[in-house]
Design a protein around this ligand. Structure first.
Ligand code: ATP
Ligand code: MG
Ligand code: MG
Length: 350
């Protein structure tokens, strides 16, 4: 088939659309109320994610469906999968969108997460804090991103405020991890089961939002690469995953501690567009279309991706004048504080 359907019209869908177009595919975007992700994408449907008729028409118009974000209800995706290939599978989506399910899954294949407990209601939070201890982080089980839907708990006295801040359960409480650095494993698994992963970026966050990814990662991350990549491979195999899969880790003194996963391309992989032999977007398209995967080595000595968050228009001229800087703008009109408007990747060859 030669037409790819993408659920979601954010910047990840946009960059997937650009990679798909480069390989000669047509792209249809399915997203509620918004237009296409980019000029190469057709605005096929604006139905809601639970609109059966719109999803059926979408399924008929495409050869394979993928998604750029995991916050889509599982039921309509299952229905879509009855009619057309959905890659990664609905199971990868169901697990990757639920913090409890993904922690359980990763632990089952031998990974380690921070101490955690499920929280159904306010009384359950107190019981969970007794088990997990403080400091801790309370997170909504689903639909959180960029640090939204989570609250720190320094001591049990903070429980009420944290519960109200996240708007109630279902939630998960995790013990606060002391870490030297954060990193991610960006892995791609082909439709034949072949797996390849990228060198891990060192990820620095600010206010719960990814600020910067740098490669090669410092030694305290590099020593944990092999163990974390092996774990990610076991997760991908156990899910029979097809496409990109990202696992976020804390590099702790006791080794890699699993934080969360995403069954898709990831912000910490944007550097791969200029900094790797094959970008994460191209490798995702290759995987879901049954093509061989591309190599994942670095193209330069040092690569740094920085997110452009909020209104940073006054920096564009300087970035455009810098021969090492590659500027990406997502075409969003409303530069609200905390909103990802673009990113810049610096590729240092010398
Ligand atoms: P993303 O945008 O990556 O999807 P998210 O909203 O899903 O983010 P997390 O990745 O769970 O949220 O947390 C965001 C950041 O908050 C982490 O990258 C880390 O810096 C910090 N954090 C989250 N959980 C913990 C923890 N248990 N211990 C220490 N720091 C944490
Ligand atoms: Mg997340
Ligand atoms: Mg995260």
């Amino acid at each position: 088939g030669s037409t790819i359907g993408i659920l979601g019209s954010g910047q990840l869908g946009r960059m997937l659309g650009i990679a798909a177009a480069q390989l000669g595919y047509r792209v249809h975007i399915y997203a509620p109320e918004t237009g296409p992700a980019c000029d190469v994408c057709a605005d096929f449907s604006r139905g809601a994610y639970d609109d059966d008729d719109a999803l059926t028409a979408f399924a008929q118009a495409v050869d394979v469906v993928t998604y750029e974000f995991e916050n889509v209800a599982a039921a309509p995706i299952e229905a879509l999968a009855q009619r057309v290939a959905v890659r990664p599978s609905p199971r990868s989506l169901a697990i990757g969108q639920d913090r409890v399910a993904e922690k359980r899954f990763v632990e089952e294949v031998g990974g380690r997460a921070a101490r955690w407990a499920e929280v159904a209601d306010r009384a359950g939070l107190s019981a969970a804090l007794d088990r997990v201890g403080t400091p801790a982080v309370l997170k909504t089980t689903r639909f959180g991103y960029d640090g939204k839907g989570q609250a720190r708990i320094a001591s049990p006295a903070d429980a009420d405020a944290a519960w109200n801040a996240i708007g109630g359960g279902p939630a998960i409480v995790e013990s606060f991890v002391t870490f030297g650095a954060e990193f991610s494993i960006l892995l791609v698994r082909g439709s034949d089961g072949a797996i390849t992963s990228y060198p891990p970026p060192w990820n620095e966050h600010k206010d719960g939002i990814l600020a910067r990814s740098s490669l090669p990662a410092p030694g305290r991350v590099a020593v944990q690469w092999t163990e974390a990549a092996a774990l990610a491979g076991r997760v991908a195999d156990a899910l029979d995953h097809v496409g990109m899969l990202t696992l976020e880790f804390f590099a702790s003194d006791d080794g890699p501690v699993f934080n969360e996963m995403a069954p898709r391309v990831h912000n910490s992989g944007h550097w791969t567009i200029e900094g790797a032999e094959t970008s994460q977007f191209e490798n995702h398209i290759r995987a879901i279309c049954g093509l061989p995967l591309g190599p994942t080595g670095l193209t330069a000595k040092r690569i740094v991706m920085e997110n452009l968050i909020g209104d940073e228009r006054d920096r564009w001229a300087e970035l455009l004048a810098d021969p090492e800087a590659h500027l990406h703008l997502y075409g969003k009109h409303d530069a609200r504080p905390g909103r990802k408007m673009g990113h810049v990747t610096r590729v240092v060859r010398a």
